[in-house]
Design a protein around this ligand. Structure first.
Ligand code: PEP
Ligand code: MG
Length: 324
């Protein structure tokens, strides 16, 4: 079946009634980048950088510049969104020793760790700015939970740009900045964050975990992990509405976007772009090409009115069945 689906690689990701929803790739390791072309993804919507920090030896600026530049060059002009280090929770590093925490998912994670490790963070920011000179590179901050974190990170980024300029090193004058919306407090105050960023990327893996208080890696509570919970749908709706108000594109880079049943719901809610693992791209593109955007809108409107996550999931399944 995959062979058949791969023939879709050069086809547009658009619905039967002409509504376009580009699909980008989530990349965890650079050797996956070759599969972007094979599966027909449009650039990288989430370039995870944790792999760089897996070795005992932390990556210096030059090493990082090379990795980011090569990724962008391999994408042939399509956008590459680099996520700054998302350490902690389920992601660890051999080179960085952090104290054991009772609640690592609620602890010194991601942007919190980076803002507390300015030296290390600035190496990454400088590398991104330098790689972005003349390349289509954007960046985003993980696990933002309040606007002040965005401001602090942006201030450091500006500091890095000034330093690079005074050192006479080429760097991007302007880089698109995004924020991962994956903590409910960010989703609920997205209007306060909007003036300081260029795009939102909803990380549903964490957003669902934090909204429903369900550990995403604990099998005992896996049955309670519900992407169609009314709270999750309302939060996504709110982010999209605010994005439209501020003319900020909203993408989804969590697993939800790779589900053939749930992708139509996200599209109906008004999400502009999806980012998923490369092998999932042909399947989701096929789903989109068999959909009517009007049906997605209706599904989203119904879902926003419904109370039971099972009923919403059933309606998602029904739409998929109707289209396939
Ligand atoms: C997410 O949280 O949805 C996400 C895309 O990031 P990660 O799975 O790497 O935390
Ligand atoms: Mg996440």
């Amino acid at each position: 079946i995959l062979g058949e689906l791969e023939t879709l690689k050069d086809e547009q990701s658009e619905t039967k009634d002409g509504y376009c929803v580009p699909i980008a790739a989530n990349i965890e390791l650079p050797n996956e980048i070759v599969s972007i072309d094979r599966f027909g993804a449009q650039g990288i919507g989430l370039f995870r950088t944790e792999f760089l920090f897996q070795k005992k030896q932390l990556p210096d600026e030059e090493t990082q510049i090379q990795v980011y530049s090569e990724a962008a060059d391999q994408c042939g002009g399509n956008e590459v969104v680099i996520r700054t280090l998302d350490l902690g929770g389920d992601k660890c590093s051999a080179g960085i020793r952090v104290d054991q925490e009772a609640n690592p998912f609620l602890g010194w994670r991601a942007i919190r760790f980076c803002l507390g490790s300015v030296k290390l963070f600035k190496v990454q920011l400088r590398a991104i700015l330098r790689a972005a000179a003349g390349r289509n590179i954007a960046m985003m901050y993980p696990m933002i939970s309040c606007v002040s974190e965005v401001l602090e990170a942006n201030t450091l980024l500006e500091e890095c740009r000034q330093e690079l300029k005074s050192e006479g090193l080429p760097c991007a004058d302007r880089i698109k900045i995004g924020v991962l919306i994956e903590v409910p407090s960010a989703a609920l105050t997205v209007d306060l964050i909007a003036p300081h960023v260029d795009f939102f990327s909803i990380g549903t893996n964490d957003l669902i975990q934090y909204t429903l208080a369900i550990d995403r890696v604990n099998e005992k509570v896996a049955h309670l992990y519900r992407p169609t919970h009314a709270s999750v749908i309302r939060l996504i709706h709110q982010v999209v509405q605010t994005g439209q108000q501020y003319r900020i594109p909203v993408m989804v880079c969590g697993q939800t976007a790779a589900s053939p049943e749930l992708a139509p719901l996200l599209i109906g809610l008004g999400v502009n772009r999806l980012s998923i693992s490369p092998p999932s791209v042909p399947m989701i593109k096929d789903v989109i090409r068999n959909l009517h955007y009007s049906d997605c809108r209706r599904l989203a409107e119904d879902a926003l009115r419904m109370s039971s996550s099972e009923d919403i999931a059933a309606e998602c399944r029904a739409l998929l069945k109707k289209t396939s």
